[in-house]
Design a binder for this molecule. Structure first.
Ligand code: ATP
Ligand code: MG
Length: 309
């Protein structure tokens, strides 16, 4: 379990991270989402032990890792957002080099290098020079590098940024697999929709402050202005009067498809609206929620106009 308490980082007068509190249970796939400059990289670097906090603590299974940096490195694999790779090495040699740094013996190294190349789909590039790899391939090589010592925790700073759509999907599948294997994974991104489907938990950060932490569904339920569509046999006057009575309805209009309603509220509020319409003797023949637009939620949350949670 990772417990972050009141973690703060200042660069001169700039408060890049402002008293962050966050708990991530073991085995969680956690999506850390925020716009440019929000403080994601700063946070990940402090967890990885390569940047010293100004104040606050980071506990790993109860041990404050800001005081035990060298020890925690064995349990953490970190893939930074910008990586310098040693270019004058062959792909297998590159991973072998890092495996040596973790003092694995020759047999273990051979085994882990083969396994990792297979995992990130670079087996066919094994004998190539690192400098000949494409950006996306380098990114996958860096992911393999972060896994060399089989860490319990993986910190991935925008691992999909240079990848094509197919490779993005493959990385996503790979992360799901690693998560099923029991690893705790923290992955950062600007894009909520890229992560919401695979993450157990998401944290949304802006200006160094956590705006939301919880399940992706919870975010939708709490914050989304839902768009509903229903059809009824009742006349417009009856419908308008019923909708005007229901709190949470923030707007509505009718067109050829039916009645479009904006509702601020969770699943219970939505179910309540349907009951309300039926109780008002509106004969409903269709009732559905239109597409949830996660990007619009993200925009709402990072505008800073949401309550912290
Ligand atoms: N070494 C540094 N010196 C001074 N300011 C820094 C330094 N590193 C980061 N910052 C500032 O701290 C804030 C947070 O930066 P950080 O890199 O953590 O954001 P981020 O969420 O990772 O952004 P991005 O999505 O662009 O990667 C920014 O305002 C940035 O300019
Ligand atoms: Mg960053």
């Amino acid at each position: 379990m990772i417990e972050i308490k009141q973690l703060t980082k200042c660069y001169g007068n700039l408060v890049a991270l402002d008293h962050l509190d966050l708990t991530i249970a073991s085995g969680t796939l956690f999506g850390f989402i925020g716009p440019n400059g929000a403080g994601k990289t700063t946070t990940l670097r402090m967890i990885a032990g390569v940047l010293e906090p100004t104040s606050g603590q980071i506990y790993l299974n109860g041990v404050d890792i800001t005081k035990n940096v060298s020890q925690s490195k064995w349990s953490i694999g970190y893939m930074p957002d910008f990586f310098g790779v040693y270019e004058d090495m062959q792909v297998w040699e590159y991973l072998d080099f890092f495996a040596r740094c973790y003092r694995l013996d020759a047999t273990q190294r051979q085994h882990i290098v083969d396994e990792l190349l297979e995992l990130v789909d670079l087996g066919h590039k094994r004998m190539e020079w690192v400098q000949s790899l494409s950006r996306g391939m380098r990114q996958r090589l860096c992911l393999a590098q972060a896994l060399v010592h089989d860490p319990q925790i993986l910190l991935l700073d925008e691992p999909a940024s240079g990848l094509d759509p197919r490779a993005r999907i493959e990385i996503r599948e790979l992360l799901k697999e690693l998560s099923i294997m029991g690893k705790t994974i923290i992955i950062s991104s600007h894009i909520l929709t890229e992560l919401d489907e695979m993450c157990h938990q998401v944290g949304i950060i802006e200006h160094g402050q956590l705006q939301y932490s919880g399940t992706p569904e919870g975010l939708i339920n709490r914050h989304l202005e839902r768009q509903l569509l229903f059809r009824t046999l009742a006349n417009a006057e009856q419908v308008e009067s019923a909708l005007n009575m229901y709190s949470g309805v923030t707007g509505f209009h009718a067109d050829g498809k039916g009645w479009h309603v904006k509702l601020q509220g969770d699943d219970i509020a939505m179910a309540g609206l349907l009951t309300h319409l039926i109780e008002h003797k509106l004969d409903i023949i269709h009732f559905m929620e239109k597409d949830r637009n996660l990007e619009s939620i993200f925009m709402q949350v990072t505008k800073g106009d949401m309550a912290r949670g």
